[in-house]
Design a protein around this ligand. Structure first.
Ligand code: URA
Length: 288
């Protein structure tokens, strides 16, 4: 169906879909031809880009951004939080007491305040190099991550690896975690209380790694860590300062599109590529 053939209600549904995924700007900042790729890795990343289309209304994707590749999405209710206020206090205390990444991981493994842990196979802590200059923070593990106990190892992770490779990075030169350490059942989005309970661990994680650059992979991570309600389309590509009591100085941070979103909306890869170039430039500046 072409855009002209949409009925009024279909057009409204399509607009709602854009609103749900955070599209707030109708045009990009600048016209660009990003298909003339400089490097093979870039070409690979851009491969599959298409002219923007309003998605078919009958296939409206769910707003969660976690990997949907390995298991069908089933509608399961959010797991009941185990007394969120108490669990949050416990999380803060445990995370604050952790003086190293090993201690933080052990604290998470012993933490029973997040109901997601009961349905998950593994606690997904991190992957990559904790000495790396760049730390990426995603949303929540999907089925593959839950099975393997590592973040971004499913289809989204494969695209993330291509995105990193396009600017000369890999899992030896980045460190990756999520704001939620257990898989939400049925690949639903983590609830606000699940995010709140896990957040002290993520904040401590960042304090212990002390990265030079922070990348929030997707709007959910960016909103939680920056305590904002802005949509990803507004936030992406803009440097901001990430601050935390346990950090001596603010960390330059940027939100980028989540690879799961790019898989659904490949035309947005050109904006993602602009953001990656900005990251590459900032890294080069850091290296002097
Ligand atoms: N999506 C995420 O946000 N994190 C993962 O680890 C995998 C998919």
């Amino acid at each position: 169906m072409t855009q002209q053939q949409l009925t009024k209600s279909e057009a409204i549904a399509a607009l709602r879909w854009y609103q749900d995924i955070g599209v707030t700007d109708p045009v990009a900042e600048m016209p660009s031809d990003f298909r003339s790729a400089e490097f093979p890795a870039v070409a690979k990343f851009l491969q599959g880009g298409q002219v923007p289309q309003i998605p078919p209304v009958q296939n409206v994707p769910p707003s969660p951004i976690v990997d949907h590749d390995a298991a069908p999405v089933v509608s399961e209710p959010a797991a009941q939080p185990l007394g969120t206020a108490e669990a949050s206090l416990d999380a803060r205390r445990l995370a604050g007491e952790a003086g190293s990444l090993q201690e933080l991981e052990a604290a998470l493994n012993g933490f029973e305040g997040c109901a997601l842990k009961r349905t998950a196979t593994n606690t997904v802590f991190a992957d990559g190099n904790p000495q790396a200059k760049i730390m990426l923070v995603g949303e929540a593990p999907g089925a593959d991550e839950d099975r393997l106990g590592k973040p971004f190892v499913g289809i989204s992770g494969q695209l993330l690896d291509k995105m990193l490779a396009a600017i000369g990075l890999d899992r030896e030169t980045v460190y990756i975690t999520n704001i939620v350490n257990w898989r939400p059942p049925g690949n639903r989005a983590p609830s606000a209380s699940e995010i709140a309970v896990c957040l002290p661990f993520t904040r401590r994680h960042i304090e212990l790694v002390k990265p030079d650059i922070l990348l929030f992979v997707g709007g959910v991570a960016a909103k939680a860590l920056l305590e904002t309600s802005q949509g990803i389309t507004r936030m992406r590509g803009r440097w901001t300062d990430y601050k935390s009591d346990g950090l001596e100085k603010a960390v330059p941070a940027m939100a980028i599109f989540h690879p799961a979103f790019l898989l659904r909306s490949p035309a947005q890869k050109k904006l993602a590529w602009q953001d990656l170039l900005a990251v590459k430039k900032r890294l080069a500046e850091l290296q002097g």
